[in-house]
Design a protein around this ligand. Structure first.
Ligand code: GDP
Length: 298
């Protein structure tokens, strides 16, 4: 499947290592656990999640009285899935009049993700509008216009440098007037200027809450999967400035460290709602822990 091929780099990284220890060790001893730990950390599962997985695996091995390393592979898969099952990922916004904000630093894939989502939701029969509130980057407005034209959805934009909150005001007003189902908003993210960013997000949220209080609001942080643990740091920083409802983890096709998806969901307790596994419109997929782990081990 697309998911399996999109995750091939991570799969090769994790599975090759894991297969070699499952076949290379004759018993489940300390050295076995240590090597497994190293492989999981290398795949960017993070120390915290790796430690939890290993602890859980030790328990499962004991309970099931498994002796052979080969037999505990399924136990490991189960444990990885359980780490991500903290919450049922919900996509309630699709069933309401909603405003979806995509936030994140430059280059992580916000504009692209807005475009892909717009196309997919339109395909499902939703009336979609996009707002080009990343007014900081001229190319972002052009890029989003292209996506909107391709997907045949409405776009609200002003010129470069205009006030993002003003664009959002226009967009929310238009969305209400045109009876739009889902308004997707691209935003600019300058984390190095946390105070400005916070102020900008606060203004945007205030406009939405004031002008469209009945809208279902979704705030998604977009993170670049190839940046590994740095993505984790960004997720933490953004969760300090906004009430994040989910994560979009992009570019997993370009990294061997896709374990970050497991780490983020397990450590931050914020659901990974979408993953990006390529540049085409259907390369943004709803994230499902079971399918993800299965794709890694298929
Ligand atoms: P923004 O600054 O956050 O809006 O980032 P962009 O949407 O402009 O994306 C930056 C680059 O990442 C673009 O070249 C996109 O095509 C690329 N990109 C975004 N998502 C993915 C993905 O899932 N996989 C790959 N391979 N590239 C992606």
């Amino acid at each position: 499947s697309k998911l399996v091929s999109g995750l091939s780099k991570t799969r090769n990284n994790i599975v090759a290592g894991i297969d070699s220890i499952f076949s290379g060790f004759s018993s489940i001893d300390e050295e076995f656990y240590e090597e497994l730990e190293e492989i999981l950390i290398m795949a960017d599962l993070g120390i915290h999640t790796t430690t939890k997985v290993i602890e859980d695996l030790r328990k499962k091995v004991k309970e099931s009285k498994v002796k052979e390393p080969n037999e505990c592979k399924q136990l490991l898969i189960d444990s990885l899935k359980e780490q991500m099952e903290l919450q049922e990922n919900a996509y309630e916004f699709e069933n309401h009049k909603s405003v979806v904000l995509l936030i994140g630093v430059n280059g992580v894939g916000k504009t692209t993700s807005v475009g892909k989502l717009a196309g997919q939701l339109k395909e499902k029969g939703k009336k979609v509008m996009v707002a080009a509130a990343d007014t900081f980057r001229a190319a972002a407005i052009e890029q989003l216009t292209e996506w909107a034209n391709r997907a045949k959805v409405d776009i609200i934009a002003q010129q470069e440098g205009s006030d993002p909150a003003a664009v959002i005001f226009d967009a929310v007003t238009a969305a209400k007037a045109r009876n739009t189902d889902i308004l997707l908003c691209d935003t600019a993210g300058r984390l190095h200027n946390k105070k400005n960013l916070m102020e900008e997000l606060r203004k945007i949220n205030r406009v939405i809450d004031r002008e469209f209080p009945e809208a279902f609001k979704e705030i998604l942080v977009v993170l670049d999967g190839t940046t590994g643990q740095n993505a984790m740091v960004q997720a933490k920083q953004f969760s300090e400035v906004a009430d994040i409802t989910g994560i979009v983890l992009t570019k997993l096709d370009g990294t061997a460290k896709g374990g970050i998806a497991i780490a983020i969901q397990a450590e931050l307790g914020i659901p990974v709602k979408y993953i990006g596994i390529g540049e085409q419109i259907d390369d943004l997929q709803k994230f499902n822990a079971y399918d993800f782990v299965n794709a890694l081990f298929s």
